[in-house]
Design a protein around this ligand. Structure first.
Ligand code: NI
Length: 240
């Protein structure tokens, strides 16, 4: 299985090696968000089963050179997480500019992008539709079914995490209707721990609970969910 999005950096874990080892038969993609953790992501990529995406989060200071200097590293498989967050900050124009500059960079190097969007789904869509040919992931998707279909039409996959396992999650109705080939598994560790482990720190291995929930909702086997989502992740991020 592949955890396509997490933040297993020293800011959150003092047992990173243990967390990586637990996933030794699986793949972890760690996402950078700022100048400091991008360097750590690149170091973590020295572990065989770890890949990284590097990008500047909407509320962090842009450093395009840092991304460009490392974009040809074989283990760096995308640009992210990047996007718009109107919940945390309201400097919309500044965020859009940062987002667009990083999308342009992704286009230049033909890399998949991992998109964060919070309270900004329409603006995110309006920008991304200008990058139809780019491979994109809407990380931690939690929007409507209609919006999910629109994103898929412009060449996006949806990253599905622990939110799906929460009681009363409306995402279940979305997942029921969306073909498995458009879905990716993720944890967003250390955040959004899935049921039944809520209250503990999340880690990549818990992606299994998200897979189990998808299997249950779609009434298919866990094996099928793991097989197809792993295939999706390999294609999305050009994993070897
Ligand atoms: Ni994240």
């Amino acid at each position: 299985m592949v955890d396509t999005h997490c933040h297993i950096t020293s800011e959150y874990y003092d047992n990173i090696l243990e967390v990586i080892n637990k996933m030794k038969d699986n793949i972890i993609i760690v996402s950078g968000t700022n100048k400091e953790d991008i360097k750590e992501v690149i170091d973590l990529c020295n572990y065989k089963n770890v890949y990284g995406t590097i990008g500047i989060y909407p509320t962090e200071e842009l450093d395009l050179k840092l991304i460009e200097d490392n974009i040809n590293n074989k283990k760096i498989v995308g640009i992210g997480e990047i996007g718009l967050d109107y919940h945390l900050e309201h400097n919309k124009e500044e965020q859009k500019e940062k987002f667009i500059k990083q999308l342009d960079l992704a286009r230049k190097y033909n890399k998949t992008v991992v998109v964060h969007t919070r309270d900004a789904i329409q603006d995110t869509y309006d920008i991304l539709k200008n990058y139809k040919e780019l491979k994109k992931v809407i990380h931690c998707y939690s929007g409507s079914l209609e919006m999910a279909k629109e994103f898929i039409k412009i060449n996006c996959r949806l990253g599905i995490g622990g939110v799906l396992t929460f009681k009363n999650s409306k995402l279940k109705d979305v997942i029921k209707e969306i073909d498995l080939k458009y879905l990716l598994l993720e944890t967003d560790s250390p955040f959004l721990t899935p049921e039944p482990l809520r209250g503990t720190k999340n880690e990549p291995y818990n992606v299994i609970y998200v897979a189990k929930k998808i299997a249950e909702i779609k009434n298919i086997s866990l094996e099928e969910v793991l097989e197809i989502t792993t295939k999706n992740a390999k294609e999305q991020f050009d994993l070897e």
